[in-house]
Design a binder for this molecule. Sequence first.
Ligand code: SF4
Ligand code: SF4
Length: 123
Amino acid sequence: MPFVITDPCIGTKDSACVDVCPVDCIHPRKDEPEFATASMLYIHPDECIDCGACVPACPVAAIYDSPDSTPGSQKGLIEANSVFRVGDADAVAKAESLVSAHVSSHADLMAIAPTERAAAHAK
Ligand code: SF4
Ligand code: SF4
């Protein structure tokens, strides 16, 4: 079961997880052209080896250890993680569209600072 990045990454996007991932499955990296405009980072579900290294590295607790453990409010971002592919404009657009839909439908969460947002996922 792959790990999933959720909305505290929006507005944070510091790439700390990228630096510790042993299989380079988190994108876009800072050296990839999509980084400047990406709303958040995404974990490629087929490449993630479930090592767990990214979870403690994330300063805002944005990463859950499986789709099943991803809170209900964040379920829409599972597909965003799944479809995003660097170098594939359609896939990038689809992922960003899913993030936009999430942001539009979760104004309450978006109003919370990224550092506090994960704590609100369970409410
Ligand atoms: S769980 Fe491991 S392999 Fe998967 S995204 Fe995190 S650091 Fe990378
Ligand atoms: S460490 Fe967390 S906030 Fe930073 S880029 Fe990764 S998922 Fe996003």
